[in-house]
Design a protein around this ligand. Sequence first.
Ligand code: NIG
Ligand code: FE
Length: 409
Amino acid sequence: MSKLFYNIGKIWGVENEAQFQKAGAEMAVVEHLENAWILTEHGLVLGFGNTEPPEAEQMVDLNGREVLPGFVDSHTHAVFAAERSEEWVMRILGKSYEEIAQAGGGILNSAKKLRAMSEDDLFERSLKNVKTLISHGTTTLEIKSGYGLDMDSELKMLRVISKLKEAFPIIIKSTFLGAHAVPPEYKDNREGYVNYLIEEMLPAVASENLADFIDVFCDKGFFTEQDTLRILEAGWKYNLPGKIHANELGYTGGVQAAVASGAYSADHLEHCGEAEIEVLKAGKTMPVGLPGTSYFLGIPYTPARQIIDAGLPFCLASDFNPGSSPVANMQIVWSLGCTQMKLLPEEAFNAITLNAARSMRLEKQCGSISPGKRADFLVTSQKNALYNIPYFFGQNHIEGIYIAGNQFE
Ligand code: NIG
Ligand code: FE
């Protein structure tokens, strides 16, 4: 059925000809249209304009409100068993994230709780998380495993993600992150765990078709550059592109490993100097910043300004997880990108829409309002939304959510 959304005050993020990403100076450009309409059919955008609106079977009056494309959150750990607020208090009192992890807290704490939880309970809890993400404007989502760290529990997490894909009309992509931490069974035998992951877990994940991407936490105290290269290479054998955690805690070769193996994205990059920027320039890997993590852990922000000024594309994501970034609101991520990373509102907007779609090779399906793409868009109560959403940070400015042309809830 054709649907016309009319009487729109302004549409942000329109494209007549879909681009695959924005890089360097292009990131400051956001096309918009005033007093406009959008025509959709079969869940896709057929066209938009600000001339006399066409006829359609259904007409939706948006009463002068502004519209923007749904947010694309390309990096989350939205399936978890419990919060870790006690660790947060330990950090307030002076312990570091690494100290807590070395003492058996952190990811291993989450793994202990997740292993003990039934698949049904995990699914129920995760349903609520995804609803929260969507209610703040996320209409495309990536979710990682990585709190199981053994065969049964990793498969349990990935099955929960598969059920979430069925339960929601949004696009959800799943990532196998068995290499999130070395589990207690392999304490002091990291190589043994990497072998087990490559030889046993990965084939099982692939044979049940449970993952779209593969991830490794390539960092100080977790997995090395060599481990990362091995795991990413093994992933390609099953057609799983890499989207990796790199250089959060130090200069650990994560960026080099990501680019060398053709990973789609290298995420975190709180430690990213000139050498890493040069490596990124020579490849096709999307640099992804996670400002919620820097805010919540009190660690440096990714040098987004230098990355964009070097002519590269840049993406932002929430990293929604119970340890380092409990933020499910991409409007706050947008704001942090501006205030803390010194991105223009336009640059941060492109980083959470088009470039985020590109980081999952979904740029032909979402990330802007463009003919042929999904009709995933947000209606906001804010005027001058491109500026006022990240400016009035901490509120939910989203009044209506349309997913494939249908109103959500
Ligand atoms: O992206 N850095 C590794 N993984 C997550 C944190 C996971 C956790 O602490 O539970 C992150 O920050
Ligand atoms: Fe993460």
